[in-house]
Ligand binder design. Structure first.
Ligand code: TRP
Ligand code: SF4
Length: 404
């Protein structure tokens, strides 16, 4: 497929950290599930990325990868709709990473905020390795490999998408030049058919004169519809629109997920490292036990003390899982001390369990049938490789490395 389709493609990845929890679901997976109905989605487990910070704890990566895929499937990421794969099963990512490393200044990587932040935060880890410095570039290779237009991520990943755009721009600038570019572009326009060619020229002129982003996207949409352009001609015409050379690697956009802050059992952000999670595959009994022992508003020392739901992580979970009537009941009851915290937790437990029921149901199927999970990953990775090979062929050709 050509860069024509890039605006319809979505890619995102997750490092394997073991079983996922409801924080992952509301912060990310729920959105991934939605996107698969609208776009061509690629979701992968970034196992090489896990090595960048945990190279000395590599023995868990395989199990964690399996758990991650089972949780995705259980959350209803559907292999019939989306391509599910594992990064290390598509070794082409490593070649693209290497080639991109040639045009990427080290200073770009050093100034990505997560580089210094993580070194400070994970002070007990040895993060002086080249692989850690290269983390955002490996991520850029992941994204550019699929020429995906959209990358659903949380705000913490925005800087990584930004550096991806910079690397793509530089790549296109360095390798998208060709002798006779203008003549080639004009010849390509003729291949579009009279009407489309006229519209293209008109929109391009308007855009170059007025710089209107709306006009640019109309022109890009027009190009994306053209069936009879070769990949090379399509790249030329995307590039010609903006005046430069060919666009071999289109710049992606971050699709920022509104991050529902899911509180953990102690009121801090839900995170495996804090040990305050409710896992997606948690049993109903565990959900009950965990919620029953959850921290509540510290002002409610005695049952007769009124509380404030705003200061209570139980209420924050209610807001995710309960309907407005239940929320109103909790607010009233809490502020007037007419209900106790255990009363308040009851419907929350029921609602969480209700929503987790289909997830558990699907999980059971996959846990009982690991071969099925494996087949999904193998097939997804094969499909991803086909796309990756096409991109790499063009990347090599643009650099001048087609001899093999
Ligand atoms: N860095 C991402 C994270 O920690 C994971 C990731 C790796 C990723 N490659 C990616 C996300 C490509 C989106 C696209 O969450
Ligand atoms: Fe929290 Fe509900 Fe107790 Fe109020 S009554 S403090 S909202 S658990």
């Amino acid at each position: 497929m050509s860069s024509n389709d890039s605006s319809n493609r979505v890619i995102s990845g997750m490092r394997p950290t073991g079983r996922l929890h409801i924080g992952h679901y509301h912060g990310c997976l729920k959105n991934w599930v939605q996107l698969q109905h609208e776009f061509e989605c690629y979701y992968f487990v970034a196992d090489w990325h896990a090595l960048t910070t945990n190279f000395n704890e590599s023995s868990k990566i395989e199990d964690f990868t399996f758990d991650t895929v089972v949780d995705w499937l259980s959350a209803d990421i559907n292999p019939g709709l989306s391509t599910i794969f594992v990064q290390s099963r598509v070794p082409e990512h490593a070649e693209l990473y290497l080639l991109l490393s040639m045009i990427t200044p080290v200073s770009w990587l050093e100034r990505v905020p997560s580089y210094k932040d993580q070194q400070l935060k994970l002070a007990d880890k040895d993060l002086s390795n080249l692989g850690f410095l290269g983390y955002p570039l490996l991520q850029a290779a992941d994204i550019l490999m699929y020429r995906a237009g959209k990358v659903p991520v949380g705000a913490d990943q925005e800087a990584h998408v930004e550096i991806t755009r910079e690397v793509a721009r530089r790549f296109n600038h360095v390798y998208g030049r060709e002798p006779g570019f203008e003549d080639n572009a004009l010849a390509a326009i003729k291949k579009m058919g009279k009407k489309a060619a006229r519209q293209y020229k008109e929109l391009r002129k308007q855009y170059l004169e007025q710089g209107d982003a709306e006009v640019l996207s109309r022109a890009q949409a027009l190009l994306a519809e053209q069936q009879n352009l070769s990949v090379g001609d399509s790249e030329r015409l995307f590039g010609y629109l903006e005046g430069g050379g060919r666009i071999i690697l289109p710049e992606p956009k971050a699709l920022l997920t509104k991050q529902a802050r899911v509180p953990g059992l102690d009121g801090e952000k839900m995170s495996k490292s804090y040990g305050n999670t409710i896992e997606l595959r948690e049993t109903p009994e565990n959900v009950e036990q965990k919620v029953r022992t959850m921290r509540t508003d510290p002002a409610r020392v005695r049952r007769t003390d009124p509380g404030d739901p705003e200061n209570c992580p139980v209420f924050a979970l209610h807001q995710i899982y309960s309907d407005t009537d239940t929320l109103e009941w909790a607010v009233q009851g809490c502020k007037s001390a007419s209900i106790g915290c255990l009363d308040c937790k009851g419907p929350l437990i029921d609602n969480i369990n209700l929503q987790l029921a289909p997830v558990r149901e699907r999980a059971k199927q996959f846990e009982e049938n690991p071969d099925l999970v494996n087949t999904i990953v193998v097939e997804g990775s094969e499909h991803a490789r086909d796309v990756a090979r096409e991109t790499l062929e063009e990347v090599r050709a643009a650099i001048g490395l087609s001899h093999r």
